[in-house]
Ligand binder design. Structure first.
Ligand SMILES: NC(=O)c1ccc[n+]([C@@H]2O[C@H](COP(=O)([O-])OP(=O)(O)OC[C@H]3O[C@@H](n4cnc5c(N)ncnc54)[C@H](OP(=O)(O)O)[C@@H]3O)[C@@H](O)[C@H]2O)c1
Length: 297
């Protein structure tokens, strides 16, 4: 059921760090009566100046709205704040935007059972200035009916990127780290490339257009790999892992000879060689997933 009066739906935001302030400002800017609370009350000053209500206690903050968002440093802080006032959460929807692991998120959902009207776990794939822009991605999981009820309100945080993942409360956190591993992989590769090219006086900005083109090309590769992985069959239609590992050896040798850091290429090469040792040399690069699926040796 969607909320017909979403624009007027009251929201509470607990936690006004860098992210919480951006979340509250987005709700406020979209016409939602917004109640806020923060351990250090002065962080509410700017929001109060724009019309937010600063609640005198966590309990008052919760009781001000049917939708309560919490975004603090970690889950210990979430418990510290909510455990003493859990009775106030009955009948309300709690959306926890604090980062955690999937097992912590599932644990929080267990804690919420019988106390909270509905518990939704969320992960924020944005930086504070990105909130309420089309770049923001907000991930949600938990009871679908509760998400649907508040979807219009939550959409102000990520107008183009509001994504419901399913009922399993671990899904948002799990997607969070799965996307971050990709982000750091791309960033580390770019920075290693910058270090290599820097030895020849090539500037990062000169490398950038080619790096971007390669990143786009790689997106095409992973589309094909996703199909292969889900079908459980990875014929080498473009290039084998054996061929990739030969190129990885060049990368490692070049890094060593040029005196730049070798840890990143050494890691990539070691993973490639393990895939070969497990018999995946003639397969498509998608078969590397078998190495990642197992715990480290
Ligand atoms: N910033 C980002 O780019 C970003 C992106 C994605 C996800 N996130 C996630 O968003 C959450 C908040 O991040 P942030 O950037 O807003 O961090 P932050 O600026 O450091 O703010 C931390 C917030 O947690 C509160 N807090 C910490 N310990 C507390 C305690 N024991 N009791 C009560 N309140 C406590 C702080 O209150 P005080 O003000 O009183 O210290 C503050 O409101 C984190 O889980 C983070 O991983 C952040």
């Amino acid at each position: 059921m969607s909320n017909p009066n979403a624009a007027q739906a009251p929201v509470t935001v607990i936690g006004l760090g860098l992210m919480g302030q951006a979340l509250a400002a987005a709700f406020l800017g979209n016409g939602h009566p917004t109640t806020v609370w923060n351990r250090s009350a002065h962080k509410a000053d700017e929001l109060v100046g724009k019309g937010a209500v600063l609640a005198p206690s966590v309990k008052d903050a919760i009781e001000a709205s049917p939708l309560v968002v919490i975004c603090v440093s970690d889950y210990d802080s979430v418990h510290e704040l909510l455990d003493p006032v859990e009775g106030s959460l009955a009948g309300r929807t709690l959306v926890n935007m604090t980062s955690a692991s999937s097992s912590q998120a599932r644990g929080m959902a267990k804690w919420a059972e019988g106390k909270v009207g509905a518990y939704i776990d969320s992960a924020i794939m944005a930086i504070p200035p990105g909130i309420a822009t089309d770049e923001a991605i907000m991930l949600y999981c938990g009871p679908k009916s509760a998400f649907d009820q508040h979807a219009e309100t939550l959409k102000v945080l990520a107008p183009a990127g509001t994504t419901y993942l399913g009922e399993d409360h671990g899904l948002a956190s799990l997607h969070d780290v799965s996307l971050l591993t990709m982000m750091w992989g791309v960033e580390n590769s770019f920075l290693h490339g910058v270090a290599l090219l820097g030895t020849a006086g090539v500037k990062a900005t000169e490398y950038l257009p080619l790096a971007k083109a390669l990143a786009v090309m790689t997106l095409g590769f992973i589309e094909a790999y996703a199909e292969q992985i889900d079908s459980g069959d990875w014929p080498a239609e473009d290039s084998t892992i054996d061929t990739h590992v030969d190129a990885m050896d060049h990368l490692l040798d070049e890094s060593r000879e040029l005196g730049v850091n070798t840890e990143w290429p050494a890691l990539i090469t070691a993973l490639g060689k393990r895939a070969i040792a497990e018999g995946h040399g003639p397969a498509s690069y998608a078969a590397m997933v078998e190495v990642f699926r197992k715990p480290s040796a």
